[in-house]
Ligand binder design. Structure first.
Ligand code: FAD
Length: 406
């Protein structure tokens, strides 16, 4: 037996990597090190169903205890990997222990971007971990008054929806740019989402940069805005985006540029070190830039890519990114890249809660689709894109005759 595979980060990417390695017949030792104390869990429910108690901690486990025993995956929880020695192929943990590896997989994920130098008065929260979610629930239960959500990205908006509809609180959404979801959705979907939040009774402030907090006795009581009156709030949740956890790789001299740089096999510039999930940056054929994909699909697919490579069956990763979000009782799903979209076609009755936005590039081929409560269409497009099929704009011009068969 060799020294096996050491995976740092025990969440969507790391756990899937361990599982996919065993599925691929990998029989060597697998050690999975995670800083979080909890048994690895799904993050998406944290902002959707967990904070309003529709699911329990047990319901959101990624794998049961039995998986780790049965598959001989040595899960080391509550420990941080502090130092990589690439020459010796070792990693030193926060408890002083040193582990050896043949293959090292960095699945260190990302963390919420904080306000300025991490200034966090009382009742100001971010949401990334189960511990964050538990703390938000405690604060919501212990307070009344307005909840301010700073940042109109998916996590912030899901929280806004849950807090407004399930906790019945007054909600103010504060967004610095001119529209919600500006990094991840088309203007068509942004506008629809904005209308749903306003219809549910939330106050929406666009083009409104936050400049700080007003506090009393160390606890927040208002968000200070640029050129506008302060927003009084007893709770503030920051959804300012994420930062990749690349410091461990940087310390080891592995190439990083706002993400650990990997190739199509998820290899870093060290042939024994791979990286997967939210912490990575890589090039894709569809768009003219290096991307970081912050979604479960990417974590899982890169994990499977690395497992196949380590197990001796390398297959390049060609992502068709997809994402979902549950807000205001609607399921939003996105597939593809919006970068090259120059025209769009709308199907269905979006205003009444079901429809799709299809986006086309300059060659009149579909490059992305956004659906609202339309999972069947989302799945058909995903399958077609994964099969590399071109979907020409003319197919979408007559709604009644939409044929997406691959
Ligand atoms: C509230 C919320 C809702 C979301 N909803 C959706 C959704 O609806 N759909 C979707 O596709 N995506 C969603 N996402 C994003 C999705 O959860 C992430 O893309 C996914 O978690 C990425 O998985 P990962 O394993 O790469 O990274 P992470 O989940 O960030 O896990 C990385 C792990 O590594 C650990 N770690 C980091 N450094 C070290 C170290 N040095 N030593 C040991 N351990 C370390 C961290 O503690 C962490 O547990 C959501 C995220 C959040 C927070």
């Amino acid at each position: 037996m060799g020294k096996g595979t050491l995976v740092i980060g025990a969440s969507h990417a790391g756990v899937q990597c361990a599982s996919a390695l065993r599925d691929a017949g990998y029989a060597e030792r697998i050690i999975l090190v995670g800083e979080d104390d909890a048994l690895p869990y799904h993050r998406p429910p944290l902002s959707k169903t967990f904070i309003c108690a529709k699911v329990s901690e047990e319901d959101i486990e990624l794998k049961s205890h039995a998986f780790y025993t049965d598959e001989q995956v040595e899960l080391r929880r509550g420990l941080r990997a502090d130092f990589i020695c690439r020459e010796a192929r070792t990693v030193t943990l926060s408890n002083g222990e040193t582990l050896e590896y043949d293959n090292l997989v960095l699945a260190t994920g990302s963390r919420p971007r904080l306000w300025r130098k991490g200034e966090m008065p009382g009742n100001v929260h971010v949401l990334r971990t189960l511990a964050d979610a538990r703390q938000i629930v405690r604060t919501l239960k212990a307070t009344d008054g307005t909840v301010a959500i700073v940042g109109g990205g998916y996590v912030g908006l899901e929280l806004a929806a849950t807090v407004r509809t399930q906790f019945g609180r007054d909600v103010v959404i504060i967004e610095a740019s001119g529209r919600l979801l500006s990094r991840s959705a088309s203007p068509l979907l942004s506008d629809w989402v904005a209308r749903q939040h306003v219809l549910a009774g939330s106050r929406l402030l666009l083009n409104t940069p936050m400049v700080g907090f007003e506090t009393s006795d160390g606890v927040v009581d208002a968000v200070v805005l640029d050129g506008q009156p302060d927003v009084k709030a007893s709770v503030v949740i920051l959804g300012l985006g994420i930062v990749p956890n690349e410091e461990l790789a940087l310390q080891a001299g592995i190439r990083c540029a706002d993400g650990i740089m990997v190739d199509e096999f998820c290899r870093t510039d060290d042939p024994c070190v791979y990286a997967i999930g939210d912490c990575t940056r890589f090039s894709v054929a569809q768009v003219d830039r290096m991307v970081r994909l912050e979604c479960v699909q990417n974590a899982h697919d890169q994990a499977r890519t690395v497992a196949a490579t380590i197990a001796g069956n390398p297959t390049p990763y060609r992502p068709v990114p997809w994402f979902w979000s549950d807000q205001m009782g609607s399921k939003l799903q996105t597939v593809g890249f919006l970068d090259n979209a120059v025209s769009s076609i709308t199907h269905g009755d979006i205003e009444n809660g079901k429809g799709s936005f299809f986006h086309f590039d300059s060659e009149k081929n579909l490059c992305a689709a956004e659906t609202v409560n339309n999972p069947a269409i989302h799945m058909q497009i995903r399958r077609a894109m994964a099969a590399g099929k071109k979907l020409e704009q003319q197919r979408f011009e007559h709604e009644g005759k939409l044929d997406l068969k691959v």
